[in-house]
Design a protein around this ligand. Structure first.
Ligand code: GDP
Ligand code: ZN
Length: 310
């Protein structure tokens, strides 16, 4: 029987089968792990095949190949990885202009990570009911910037309900993840579009503050109109990526498009001669905020040096 893992405790799994029934299952004893050193062989989002074991217990017999997965690297030397969730179709980046103000650095980190994981991002500007003329002007400038790069933009309000039908359409029948600072309205938006979810306001951020790295697991909630929402205590970790330096610009689409014009094909777009990206930044064809975010990611400690990778 086929199904999708919607919840895990690390030893027990809740699997939703194709009829929509939820079954409790365990991993088959000698289930082969696929290559990586992970602390959890099966994650939320995995498409699995169940068989009946002894005593009528459901066993996860095989895991289908993952389209993508979010990982968190352990901080200790073992370099073990924890798979937070897999097979995610879309990440909705919830942005607010005030209370709280979302930084461009945060937006670009999430977008870069989404590109690296091959998850389609959608930018959701929330709290549209709150903004004054200055806020709106700032918002429109940001929206224009990202629209030009090719990203989808939505403007919504969890309070007035404006734009929520569009958001629903973008989520329908997909496995979705919401990313955003605490307080931007992630739980409010989800409750407004699907009242059956009954997420406590502030719940998502609370969960991750209390959680420790080894004991927290993501969970998938079924959307009443079709699809899933991944609720992960590690939602903040979405900004942590594991890339080689020369790859980072591959995940800034407007920079990647110019790479063939750089003199060196492994150009980091810093001080190399004949760099087409630097030229485009100077000529305002690439936003300086994007370039600043790029340099920030390039020089952050999350990145492994090429020689460190195994
Ligand atoms: P989360 O931490 O991202 O899940 O944010 P919450 O959903 O807990 O919302 C944080 C606060 O923002 C709460 O007080 C909400 O009532 C408020 N809020 C959420 N969406 C909106 C909105 O569209 N407009 C206004 N004015 N307030 C909102
Ligand atoms: Zn370059």
């Amino acid at each position: 029987m086929k199904g999708v893992v919607i919840k895990s405790t690390g030893s027990q799994y809740w699997v939703r089968n194709e009829k929509g029934e939820k079954l409790v299952a365990r991993a088959r004893g000698n289930l082969r792990l696929q290559g990586r050193k992970t602390t959890n062989p099966i994650s939320v989002g995995d498409r699995v095949v169940l068989i009946k074991g002894h005593d009528e217990v459901w066993l996860i017999n095989t895991i289908e190949e993952r389209d993508n997965y979010l990982i968190r690297r352990s901080v200790n030397l073992s370099r073990q990885e924890h798979i937070i969730a897999s097979n995610i179709d879309r990440v909705f980046v919830v942005i607010t202009i005030s209370s709280p103000r979302t930084s461009m650095g945060f937006i670009d980190r999430v977008l870069c990570t989404a590109e690296a994981y091959k998850i389609e991002p959608v930018l959701v500007f929330n709290k549209m009911d709150l903004y004054d003329t200055d806020d709106t002007e700032y918002l429109n400038a940001i929206a224009f910037l990202y629209q030009n790069i090719g990203y989808k933009i939505l403007k919504v309000s969890a309070v007035t309900g404006s734009g929520l039908n569009d958001l629903k359409q973008e989520m329908k029948d997909r496995t979705c993840l919401f990313a955003g600072h605490s307080g931007v309205g992630k739980s409010s938006l989800l409750n407004a579009i699907d009242p059956t979810l009954k997420l406590r306001v502030g719940e998502i951020s609370e969960a991750h503050r209390k959680g420790t790295h080894t004991t927290t697991f993501a969970e998938m909630h079924e959307l009443s109109f079709g699809g899933f929402i991944v609720d992960t205590p590690g939602i903040k970790e979405f900004g942590v990526i594991d890339l080689e330096k020369h790859e980072v610009s591959h995940y800034f689409p407007e920079m990647f498009a110019l790479l063939p014009n750089c003199r060196f094909n492994n150009c980091l777009h810093q001080n190399e001669p004949g760099c087409a990206v630097r030229k485009a930044v100077d000529e305002h064809r690439i936003a300086s905020s994007r370039y600043t975010s790029y340099l920030g990611i390039l020089n952050s400690e999350d990145l492994l040096e090429d020689w460190e990778k195994d």
